[in-house]
Design a protein around this ligand. Structure first.
Ligand SMILES: Nc1ncnc2c1ncn2[C@@H]1O[C@H](COP(=O)(O)OP(=O)(O)O)[C@@H](O)[C@H]1O
Ligand SMILES: [Mg+2]
Length: 250
């Protein structure tokens, strides 16, 4: 199976504190891979290492076959173009309209006609279930679920090979959360791209993931399929899943 992400023996120290410890995992092309773990376990930090925002103390991070630490700034920019990042906070620009947020990258980098860009924005908004009437709204005029959708539309507007979603369902009601789950699966199917999802919503994670990683205090406890995790021999993993899944079964 082709790997698009390969992390091996990754150690990262921030502010004098060891945050990631000997983290190793691979993400295969086309799969939905979820990073699970409690708050502060290092989930977001792992994704930041993938896009080259942190320099590891040791270990190797390869994305699309390239060692992230060895890339020049130009090569790193090129790599990031292939990655759509959906931020936990949404990270929309409040002073920009919905459509400007969606094609922000294009507005910055291309001298395309604004009307042309607006119709590009509409294409991606349609994919996430929004429409023409949302184009000229400001983020403050949207519900939490709609803001998440706009964040996803922006992430897919560069047609990335890899989408990273940081807590895509946090703060959303259960029904909206399931819609976002379906969207993640639909987008993966549509483009054949891969997805890395950071989550502490276990029900959601178990519904959409091909494989999952359980992180605890910066260490990988287990990587495996849903069945492998449910039959884990590691007491912490079993307890963690039991607490988060309740009566859910795969
Ligand atoms: N820039 C930073 N400097 C120092 N410590 C950090 C920094 N970013 C994150 N941390 C610490 O790293 C740990 C993991 O953070 P994070 O990856 O955000 O956790 P998660 O996403 O799993 O909730 C936390 O203890 C956090 O306080
Ligand atoms: Mg986080």
């Amino acid at each position: 199976m082709e790997s698009i992400v390969e992390v091996s023996g990754l150690n990262l120290t921030l502010g004098g504190k060891s945050i990631l410890k000997e983290v190793s995992f691979q993400v295969y092309k086309g799969e939905v891979f979820t990073i699970l773990g409690g708050s502060g376990s290092g989930k977001t930090t792992i994704t930041k290492c993938l896009v080259g925002l942190y320099r590891p103390a040791s270990g190797r991070v390869r994305v699309f076959g390239k060692d992230v630490a060895l890339l020049s700034q130009l090569e790193l920019d090129e790599l990031r173009k292939g990655i759509g990042y959906v931020f936990q906070s949404g990270a929309l620009f409040d002073s920009l309209k919905v459509w400007e947020n969606v094609v922000f990258y294009h507005l910055e980098h291309h001298s395309m006609d604004r009307e042309e860009l607006k119709s590009t924005a509409l294409k991606y908004l349609n994919m996430v279930g929004l429409s023409e009437e949302h184009l000229d709204l400001y983020p403050s005029e949207l519900s939490g679920g709609m803001r998440k959708r706009v964040g996803i539309a922006r992430a897919i507007a560069t047609e990335p090979r890899l989408l990273i979603y940081d807590e895509p369902t946090s703060g959303l009601d259960p029904i909206t959360s399931r819609l976002i789950d379906e969207l993640i699966l639909w987008l993966r199917g549509r483009t054949g791209s891969s997805a890395i999802v950071v989550s502490h919503d276990l029900v959601s994670a178990f519904s959409i993931s091909d494989r999952l990683l359980v992180l605890k205090e910066g260490r990988v406890l287990q990587v495996g399929t849903r069945e492998e995790l449910l039959n884990s021999s590691i007491p912490f993993v079993r307890e963690f899943l039991k607490k988060g899944l309740g009566n859910f079964s795969v």
